[in-house]
Design a protein around this ligand. Structure first.
Ligand code: GTP
Ligand code: MG
Length: 359
């Protein structure tokens, strides 16, 4: 049996990592071994730390998209096979990826189809957000600032509509109807991380013989440049020390997110995620547009001593003002809690344009 590779695409904050985690766990429960490969522009990733903390086997291709780092992705997948022969590799591309089908999946199948079984492309779509967009634009012709998520849906062979727990029955019916009207030959699956509804439909696709078969939609990638270059990426990792005091982890992280959410326009915050881990307490919180969500709480609510802090943000803003704003907010929150910061590493940039190995 060849190792299966499943690409879980979708826009920033759509729910890719959350889905990957649930799928990995469900496959594991079926007795299958799973590895996750994450792809991002940054260097210290909240998603990687989250997966590791959850006991998932995870590795990274970082610094550029899978399309630019195609050879590194193949090398990574081969080394996973050489080391442990996972039954399934779940690959999460960068949320702004726009040439997944043409520059990664099609070449993966045509060049390495004898080594890997490449499953149909699954694209995760944020249900509540997509419904608002589709109601406003009456279709997939999203505004010029939102061409990337619309294009990603066009590439999909399977669409997983996430966050359906946040939608009414009518809203769920409406998004499925609208997607079906706009897209042909796409299987649509409603999902929620709260109850993992319909996860068996996703597992059935992965466990079946179905391979990717879609032709890549022909699109001049330059149309996405303005949208991609409007997004600043700022990441920070550091050690936090509480000294002799006790710090409320939940309040600390929530106050940082509230500060960011107040500082930037709701629609400009694509995804900010923050993770703290220490021996006594850990938490992960996400901010997608205006919505703050606690993804994980571990141990107690307070920490004393040292812990590790990581924050990744992707916000429609030039990078330097983004860095200044977030660092100012963090400084205020940390000093109010009596925290000292050491070993701080930051990265702040607009990603370079993709240069796919295969087009
Ligand atoms: N209520 C609800 N929240 C969800 C669901 N799926 C994901 N989320 C939340 O959405 C936020 C973003 O989820 P992620 O899985 O990190 O999204 P992502 O697509 O991996 O984001 P990037 O890696 O930044 O592109 C987190 O707060 C998740 O908990 C869902 O089905 N229901
Ligand atoms: Mg992710």
């Amino acid at each position: 049996m060849k190792t299966k590779i499943v690409f879980l695409g979708g826009y920033l904050g759509a729910g890719k990592t959350t889905l990957a985690f649930h799928v990995a766990r469900a496959l594991h429960d079926q007795g299958k071994s799973v590895s996750v490969v994450l792809n991002d522009q940054g260097n210290v990733l909240v998603d990687t730390q989250f997966m590791k903390n959850a006991g998932v086997d995870v590795s990274e291709v970082i610094g550029a998209c899978f399309c630019t780092k195609f050879d590194e992705f193949v090398k990574n997948a081969r080394s996973l096979v050489a080391m442990g022969r996972p039954d399934v590799i779940l690959a999460e591309p960068i949320g702004t990826s726009t040439s997944l089908m043409s520059s990664v999946i099609v070449p993966m199948k045509s060049l390495y189809g004898n080594e890997f079984h490449v499953c149909p492309l699954i694209v995760v779509v944020d249900g509540p957000k997509a419904l608002i967009e589709m109601e406003q634009s009456d279709g997939l012709a999203f505004t010029t600032r939102k061409m990337i998520p619309a294009h990603q849906m066009n590439e999909a062979e399977v669409i997983v509509v996430s966050k359906t727990d946040l939608m009414s029955d009518d809203e769920r019916r409406s998004i499925v109807k609208r997607l079906n009207a706009q897209l042909t030959d796409v299987k649509i699956i409603e999902f929620s991380s709260t109850d993992q509804r319909n996860i068996s439909d996703i597992l059935n696709i992965i466990n079946s013989d179905q391979e990717t078969a879609k032709l890549a939609p022909k699109v001049d990638q330059r149309i996405f440049s303005a949208e991609k270059s409007s997004m600043g990426w700022y990441s920070v990792s550091c050690k936090l020390s509480s000294g002799d005091g006790k710090v409320d982890v939940y309040a600390m992280l929530t106050n940082i997110m509230k500060g960011i959410s107040t500082r930037f326009k709701t629609e400009d915050v694509a995804h900010v995620k923050v993770l703290f881990s220490s021996t006594a307490a850990g938490a992960k919180i996400s901010l997608v547009e205006g919505s703050i969500q606690i993804d994980d709480l571990k141990g107690g609510r307070y920490f004393q001593g040292e812990g590790d802090f990581v924050l990744n943000s992707r916000v429609r803003s030039p990078p330097q003002p983004l860095q200044l704003a977030i660092e100012g907010i963090m400084e205020t929150v940390f000093s109010n809690s009596g925290i000292t910061v050491t070993e701080k590493k930051t990265a702040c940039f607009i990603p370079k344009p993709d240069s796919p190995k295969h087009v």
